[in-house]
Write a protein that binds this ligand. Structure first.
Ligand code: AMP
Length: 603
């Protein structure tokens, strides 16, 4: 088998020969693996939660428990990891859905150089360690690359749990990850090619290239060509075809078929692109999602794939846990510590410095660093390729595995440290700013008076703003989204940046001198905080708020809103009004009578 083919299934690579199974009565290894994986993940996840650890740690421990290195039941490792790959596909598909080409382009200035510099730094550190352990340069290169690339699943989970996906920090982290993924696609092809340099065996790197008598340069060109064709096909054909299929199915009105179409597209495109173009399953799925993301149905598609995605992501962690031999920690503590140091601190420090050098805030730099301080599925694949090409010694593979498991387990702690550090840093910055002079307002207060404050300039706020503009009323908008803020500034509308629920932001809108406040954000909890503060600042202010349920209406009214408009009720009202414009024909039993009346009149 081709080495590049092997790597698409990292399970097999690492697992080696299939592990001896505990016989099931009907020999149903797939069912046994799913039941044991999900069942134990549930038990361990709940226990972890109980002891205030993230459930993810429980999933990994569940994997260790059903793995071959601990006594008792041993699940089918190859099957478990193959199932986990479904998790990776669905996760990347979800990321693609949320990540438009525009987003990728908007962060390329930082993500591309950032990922490349960080991969280089981490690889060099890994090479230095391997040199100290007396391995070859090729072995060091594979080892270093494996330590440089973060796990997609772990990173996305962390961002999703913290609701960071839609923030700028989240977008940079995902863009960074995509660049890393692309770099790894290249590395996966280049490593066997370089190994073949030593042996002169091109067929090991690419049988097709060998068949046509191409040399190493040929192999490289062929790889680039395949990736290029893949992208061109996706952008030219996929971009039209995929949304078209979903629209067609959506019009059939069958929810079941729609769900099936989403799954078939995600899995089919990922698998097809792996087989046809040699890109990773994750990258194929990402592109499928991205093509679909431009369709208005993308939200629904994301929701439909959510439950399956979560289930299979859990299996990913279980299967990673299965690879871990706890005894390896005691056997070789020092190289392991050095490996962990590179993953947890070396890589993070490099990422931190790069992000800060690009003049992004410290909070962004810290989030990116914490996101990247782990390694995962790509490292497993690289470890296998390194082994198969005889570049990486077995000790290297074990170190990569142990490093991955431990860094994944510690990743939630990195984020906890971030949560602890960020407010302190912010406070210190505020203190430093406060010391020299009388405390300046963080955000200058608007000079407007008798104005209207519009909070949130999305689907609702925008319409209100346009109406105010037409009437010539003075107003300002408060927004968190940088894209919208830029549009507003371009249109010459006064804006205040930030979460309006924060007192310094709201103070800057000058509520005490304002005429009205329109709260057009969907989050009732934040809206409540805004109402409360604004009412305290100005008892005469006319406050109009947006809600989505009767309970929210009640909540906002109790805090001091004059008028709360519930979206759903207004939709119904609009529908009723529309119906009233075209009343139905008279009831059928009246119709013959009317007809008779008409005849009489005519007569
Ligand atoms: P929509 O649901 O389409 O009307 O969009 C709501 C808008 O409100 C989005 O553009 C958000 O960026 C913005 N938004 C949400 N929460 C806040 C907040 N707390 N402060 C300022 N803007 C917000």
């Amino acid at each position: 088998m081709r080495v590049t083919e092997l790597c698409h299934n990292w399970s097999r690579c690492i697992a080696g020969p299939p592990v001896q199974q505990v016989e099931m009565p009907h020999d149903t290894p797939l069912i046994a693996t799913i039941v044991a994986g999900l069942g134990l993940a549930f038990v361990f996840g709940a226990l972890a939660q109980r002891f205030r650890f993230p459930p993810l740690v429980g999933y990994l421990l569940a994997g260790v428990a059903v793995g071959p290195f601990t006594p008792g039941f041993v699940a089918d490792q190859a099957l478990a990891t193959e199932l986990a790959e479904l998790g990776i596909i669905l996760l990347m598909f979800g990321v693609g859905l949320h990540f438009s080409l525009k987003d990728l382009m908007s962060v390329r200035a930082i993500a591309v150089p950032g990922a490349i510099v960080q991969i280089t730094v981490a690889t060099l550190m890994g090479m230095a360690l391997s040199w100290a352990m007396g391995w070859s340069i090729g072995g060091g290169l594979v080892f270093g690359l494996a330590l440089s690339v973060a796990s997609t699943v772990v990173l996305l989970r962390a961002l999703q749990e913290r609701r960071l996906m839609d923030t700028e920090r989240g977008r940079i982290a995902v863009g960074w990850l995509i660049v890393e993924d692309l770099a790894m696609v290249l590395a996966l092809v280049l490593i066997p090619a370089f190994a073949s340099l030593q042996t002169g065996d091109v067929a090991a790197a690419d049988p097709l290239a060998a068949q046509f008598g191409l040399g190493l340069t040929g192999v490289l060109l062929l790889t680039f060509a395949k990736i290029g064709v893949f992208m061109a096909v996706m952008l030219l054909v996929g971009r039209r075809l995929i949304p078209w299929i979903l629209h067609y199915i959506a019009h059939t009105g069958s929810r079941e078929l729609f769900r099936l179409a989403v799954l078939a597209i995600a899995l089919g495109v990922a698998f097809g692109s792996t087989k046809l173009f040699g890109v990773s399953l994750a990258l194929g799925a990402f592109f499928a999602g991205m093509m679909l993301g431009e369709s208005p149905l993308s939200q629904r598609a994301a929701q439909e794939s959510l439950p399956l995605r979560d289930a299979f992501a859990v299996l990913f962690f279980v299967s990673a846990g299965m690879l871990f031999d706890p005894a390896s920690i005691i056997r070789e503590p020092w190289p392991l510590l050095a490996t962990l140091f590179i993953i947890l601190f070396g890589k993070s420090l490099a990422a931190f410095l790069i992000v800060v050098a690009f003049r992004h805030p410290v909070s962004t730099a810290l989030t990116i660093s914490a996101s990247l301080a782990q390694i995962g599925e790509f490292s497993f694949i690289l470890a296998e390729i390194g082994g198969a090409t005889n570049l990486l010694p077995k000790a290297g593979r074990d170190l990569i595995l142990a490093g991955a498991i431990i860094s994944i387990m510690l990743n939630p702690l990195m984020f906890a440290a971030l949560d602890w550090l960020l407010p302190r840093l912010e406070r210190r910055r505020a203190d430093v700013a406060a010391t020299p002079a009388p405390k300046p307002a963080e955000i200058p207060v608007t000079p407007l008076t008798e104005h209207t404050i519009v909070i949130g300039y999305g689907r609702v706020g925008r319409l209100v703003g346009e109406a105010l503009q037409q009437r010539g009323h003075a107003f300002l908008a408060v927004e968190t989204s940088e894209d919208i803020l830029k549009q507003l500034k371009d249109a010459g509308i006064e804006t205040i940046t930030g979460n309006a629920a924060r007192s310094n932001v709201l103070r800057a809108t000058n509520p005490s001198a304002a005429h009205a406040l329109v709260i057009a954000i969907p989050e009732a909890f934040e809206a409540g905080q805004i109402v409360e503060q604004a009412r305290a600042a100005n008892p005469a202010l006319h406050i109009v708020a947006r809600a989505h349920s009767d309970a929210e209406v009640e909540h906002l009214r109790s805090l001091g809103a004059d008028m709360v408009i519930m979206g759903e009720r207004e939709i119904a009202r609009g529908m009723i009004e529309e119906l009233d414009t075209r009343p139905p024909d008279p009831a059928p039993e009246l119709a013959p009578q009317r007809a008779a009346e008409n005849v009489q009149v005519q007569a």
